[in-house]
Write a protein that binds this ligand. Sequence first.
Ligand code: 26V
Length: 809
Amino acid sequence: MFLDKKRFKNAFLERLENMYGKNINESTTIEQFMVLGSMVKEHISKNWILTKKNYRERGEKQVYYLSIEFLLGRMLGTNLLNLGIREIVEEGLRDLDISLEKIEQQEPDPGLGNGGLGRLAACFLDSLASLHLPGHGCGIRYKYGLFEQKIVDGYQIELPDYWLREGNVWEVRRSDKAVEVRFGGNVWVEKVGERLVFHHENYESVLAVPYDIPVPGYKNKTVNTLRLWSAESAIKDFDFQCLNNRDYQKIIDYKRSTESISEFLYPDDSKEEGKILRLKQQYFLVSAGLQSIIRSYKKRHQDIHDLPNKVAIHINDTHPVLAIPELMRILMDEEGLEWDQAWSITTRTISYTNHTTLQEALERWPIDMMKTLLPRIYMIIEEINERFCRELWNKYPGEWDLIHQMAIIADGQVKMAHLAIVGSYQVNGVSKIHTEILKKQVMKNFYACFPYKFHNKTNGITHRRWLLKANPLLAKIISDTISPNWIEHPSDLNYLQNYAKDPSFQEQIFLVKKKNKISLSNYIQEKYNISVDPNSIFDVQVKRLHAYKRQLLNVFYIMDLYNRLKENPDLDIIPRTFIFGAKAAPGYFLAKRIIKLINTVATVINNDPTIHGKIKVIFIENYGVTLAEKIIPAADIGQQISTASKEASGTGNMKFMMNGALTLGTLDGANIEIKDEVGDNNIFIFGLTPQEVLHYYQQGGYRARDFYQSDPRLRKILDQLMNGFFLKEVVEFKFIYYSLLQENDEFFVLKDFAAYADTQQRIDQSYRDHKAWTEKSIINIAHSGIFSSDRTIYEYASGTWEIRPIFIP
Ligand code: 26V
């Protein structure tokens, strides 16, 4: 049906009739989306079946990527692109007087993730399939994704994101592959001959039903699978009818409690509420995932001992770390293996990546909670801990403190990162500096114990979504200049280096950026009724709102610039549009106050005629994958200004450079590698180094108040927070003020302010020379190929999972 335009049009009209009983004029755009989506899915199905058949028959090793988040973004556009049918569809629809773009906008953006960790998982799936690699995702089908953000009177309001309202056109429910997951109850042990047999009783049974989403590679025949699990009650409908009222209530309660497991994605794991539910989600994912992996393994292979040669299981941070005891449980309790055999198999099958060194984000679960909810799993963790501590005792006799620090269970808690390191064969960091910090600081004791386990895999992004799809104008002039080979081989972007000084190519690059800026300006005008100047510098910070990401530093500079403009309306600056996008966790008070501050400052500045529109501040609500695709191609500057040592990698930084924005950043995460690639002249670096920050944390010596006292700009800004200059209800920003002056500014905002302001000045100067600026922009694009997730996945495939491409004939 996608062979040519004519056939496509006929098929489209016919299906519209079949599905909705409507002709083209009667149908709504959402109906047109559902029709097109179902056609594309059907088109994918053939190769999906073929891929599965090939994987089954060839019996080669496959990887399963376990993640509590997959931040997929809309799929219609990437599917059309990957299948190579975008032109036919676009032209066919145009004949019918329908805009493909409008149809694409109907697709809900499945926000099944919070930020970088979830988006990385989605980029990896795209790269696996595009590189012909047998690799699948395994996650949770949350009924509600990350909340929808509205800004009302400057405050963030959270609304539920019911993305499944119209159904999900890409998924296939596989009831036949459902498995049972058990919670609670008690375990008793029986000795049968020489063996101990564990009986789990009185548990609550939850049915895990998989929904499969196809993941097609770019212009190849590989179609991998993302399997998302949904929790359902294990009760059949007829049970309802023969029940009296009391039982009925019990059943309703049971149904609620089971279904709640896959109801919400957690927008924040730092708070006490919902802890049990979150632990339930983690075990639910892992138990359903592993049962299905082992089931499919056993269909293809005889010998369970061979598992590590045929299956790799990767855990995306510690959320799925219960995969380790769960695999042990299956191998021992269901497959009848001894501990040592099971342990050997488990620790050769599971690998792990860490995504943060923030202490508050390292997962720990109270022993009691785990024991009650997962009695058998807890027994296994206890045994792993005991054996590990014994090993440590032999290695470091008498060193109680060290052993206590390294134990998996200590101080009433189960330490998930310790379990992950002990139970996996590889521990990865996500950028060079992050891996070094893991080895030398956060996990140094483990590094001393298992140096061979630690590796670096610098993150990446799929250039297919983030350049080819998000920025078609840029993609086109790149292809016209260096041939479209870069799409298959992103390192070919390097050839652009030869055109960095080419006036005609510079001109084209400048024009494309301008067009993207105009298109974003139009969006801002329509949505917020604010006019922004496309000739101004688009200076963008879009990411989750966290104190360590330092949106505050950005807004303080804006306040300072505004103060200077008020004093001197003739101040010679290049007009600038500051663009923010950020969601704050609903319970994160400071973060929400920072959103209020940004919006308050924006209102004052945007409505002050005396500064002649030289600066504008825009907060774009509900930032997510879809908006990122619109905003990033229009950026001149991407701000990556986290406190050095705190951002494990960042991936936004890579998206910006790939779209020709220059980075304003600290020496943190992958910024360091970006700097090494593009050179000091093509990036704006400022502030404390990671070493300096870590030194302050260890040795002390930082006094935020000194900066308040010595820098008049800071004093003025901080006073303005408290004196109602930006907002008459003064109380609003007290919390920010105290976090800086009373709590001594944990993230060195005041310390880095001067360097940041200087660097912003340098940017202002640099931008005046358009040719030189565009040259820098081209150099950034030219060096972005190495940050394609194809490179990262290649490193994981060869260095961690030991999987090989399987070409589907
Ligand atoms: C979670 C929490 C929860 C408790 C409060 C503080 C806090 C801070 C950070 C996090 C993030 C946890 C994991 C995560 O999303 N890490 C991100 O992973 C990306 C992909 O590797 C990486 O690029 C980002 O730098 C890293 O923050």
